[in-house]
Design a protein around this ligand. Structure first.
Ligand code: PGA
Length: 251
């Protein structure tokens, strides 16, 4: 029994890409479209956040420190992100977990820091191909979810967004099928529902991994998929808008 009243979100994760020209193009392109049923979030590299003219959409950061300030060279705090009108922060992305050795404990700490600041975490989870092939998919995802559940409590899942991003589908052009996405999104919702049914029904769960203008509609049409976290295709304004429009027509 899905109430289906969750507001879809499409977030663009630029990663370490883009430049001031793209910031301008994206701001201008999004200012021209009406997207009343979807929340659009653009997450450029940190240095460009203050240059985004986010008229029609929200700003998101790709990372944040778990510390509030002080001698932490190279880091950015939640209050600094708030100074440039950031509302969302991506956390637990597989690239941060893999290349910057962010483990479940640090991810949970960052989620807590983001929530404490009144910002919305886009909390990413996802398995490698080996884990899926070994039949450990659900066990692995439950562990990633539990680390954050244990740190911030289930009630706080009302204040965050979960993004399911199978690592084998990120930047590979190999998208999960709509059925594969639905299966995992349903599992995530059930896992949260075992602790709090209402929070689970209202939880926005995004799919990420090679989402583009051509496949967005079929993925977003799944009952437990509430939009997407988009990498490569979020660097092309027309393509990104197409994905936002697919989510806009979702519910
Ligand atoms: P992709 O990246 O859309 O390029 O696969 C998604 C992500 O990593 O968030």
């Amino acid at each position: 029994m899905q109430p289906q009243n969750r507001q879809p979100i499409v977030a663009g994760n630029w990663k370490m890409n883009g430049d001031p020209a793209l910031i301008e193009q994206m701001s201008a392109a999004l200012a021209q479209v009406e997207l009343n049923n979807v929340k659009v979030v653009v997450c450029p590299p940190t240095v460009y956040l203050s240059m985004l003219n986010a008229k029609n959409f929200s700003k998101g950061a790709q990372n944040v420190s778990d510390k509030s300030g002080g001698a932490f060279t190279g880091e950015t705090s939640t209050s600094m992100l708030k100074d440039v009108q950031v509302e969302y922060v991506i956390v637990g992305h597989s690239e941060r977990r893999e290349y910057y050795v962010e483990d479940n404990l640090l991810v949970a700490e960052k989620v807590a820091t983001i929530l404490d600041a009144g910002l919305t975490p886009i909390f990413c989870i996802g398995e490698s191909e080996q884990i899926r092939d070994a039949g450990q998919l659900f066990e692995f995802l439950a562990e990633q979810l539990d680390a954050v559940l244990n740190r911030v409590g289930v009630k706080n899942f009302a204040n965050l967004v979960v993004a399911y991003e199978p690592i084998w589908a990120i930047g590979t052009g190999k998208t999960a099928t709509p059925e594969q996405a639905q299966e995992v999104h349903h599992f995530i919702r059930q896992h949260i529902a075992s602790k709090d049914e209402k929070v689970a029904q209202e939880l926005v769960i995004l799919y990420g991994g090679s989402v583009n203008g051509a496949n967005a509609t079929s993925i977003f049409a799944q009952p437990d998929v509430d939009g997407g976290l988009v990498g490569g295709a979020s660097l092309k304004p027309a393509e990104f808008i197409k994905i936002c429009q697919a989510a806009n027509e979702l519910r």
